[in-house]
Write a protein that binds this ligand. Structure first.
Ligand code: KIV
Length: 286
């Protein structure tokens, strides 16, 4: 592990001394390489995989085996960021034992260094159990996307007194159970600030305002790849989609007008100069 690698034991220092933590989703090795090169602290193999990569309506269909597969892909490209994997729907709700086994699979079979679990007071027992097994847990509270059917959509939580009180109780229960961080999704900024103040471990926000100890975004939203309108809390820091569309359109036109491949992109007769060598003198003869 390189000395600049992020580890859970560095979370507390970052909470006290900053700078704020950066977390970005990744679902494959090339994205993991980008996160590593950009100095992102935490790569999250989110169950958003279902919506972002699999094209599903919500996060519910993704399976533990799919999460394990994608966590492995991310691990293959990751150097530096902490690898966190989401526990998907029904991988932990049926029994603590099943949750324990599935969290263990993410660590043992896929290389996750921590797991993220949606839930509050009701998952405190599981969090305690995983922490005793030395599996670091990030608790995900506020808007919990798995509750899409109960909420009647993806809705901001904690706006009325009762819901606010419940989210604070959830935070306290998870902290007591031993979480290494709290992820706060889609709650009023003042509630994000309150939980950040009471929490000894870092809070990482997505739609939880500017006071949390870190921020997380979905990779495709962040780079401007997403075609749907972004949620209010997301920002596209890049404009990847038109760049990729232009590249594909240029490829199609070049094939159709026969300007691709050019002589430089074509193999010579045996003994001739390799086209790849002429582009990259250090490259292999391919
Ligand atoms: O699954 C995911 O990508 C997430 C983020 C939105 C935080 O949980």
């Amino acid at each position: 592990m390189s000395s600049r690698a992020m580890t859970v034991d560095r979370f507390l220092t970052r909470k006290k001394e900053g700078p704020p933590l950066t977390m970005v989703t990744a679902y494959d090795a090339p994205t993991a390489r980008l996160l590593s090169e950009a100095g992102i602290d935490i790569a999250l193999v989110g169950d958003s995989l279902a919506m972002v990569v699999q094209g599903r309506e919500n996060t519910l269909p993704v399976t533990i085996d799919e999460m394990i597969y994608h966590t492995r892909l991310v691990k293959n490209g990751l150097e530096g960021p902490l690898l966190v994997s989401d526990m998907p729907f029904l991988s932990y709700q049926i029994s603590e034992e099943e949750g324990h086994r599935n969290a263990g699979r993410l660590v043992k079979e896929a290389g996750a260094q921590a797991v993220k679990i949606e839930g509050g007071e009701e998952i405190a027992g599981l969090v305690r159990r995983l922490t005793i097994s030395m599996i670091p847990v990030i608790g995900h509270i506020g808007m919990k996307p798995m509750g899409v059917h109960q909420m009647g959509g993806f809705r901001v939580q904690g706006r009325d007194a009762e819901s606010r009180r419940q989210i604070v109780n959830d935070a306290r229960a998870l902290l007591e159970a031993g979480v290494c961080a709290l992820l706060l999704e889609a709650i009023p900024s003042s509630l994000g600030e309150e939980i950040t103040r009471l929490s000894p471990v870092p809070t990482i926000g997505i739609g939880a305002g500017p006071h949390t100890d870190g921020q997380v975004l979905v990779f495709h939203d962040l780079v401007g790849w997403t075609s749907n309108p972004l949620p209010r809390f997301a920002r596209a820091f890049g404009n990847a989609r038109p760049l990729m569309e232009d590249a594909l359109t240029d490829f199609r036109k070049a094939v159709q007008n026969r300007s691709f491949p050019s002589p430089e992109e074509t193999y010579a007769e045996e003994g001739g100069i390799s086209p790849r060598k002429s582009k990259n003198p250090k490259g292999k003869d391919v």
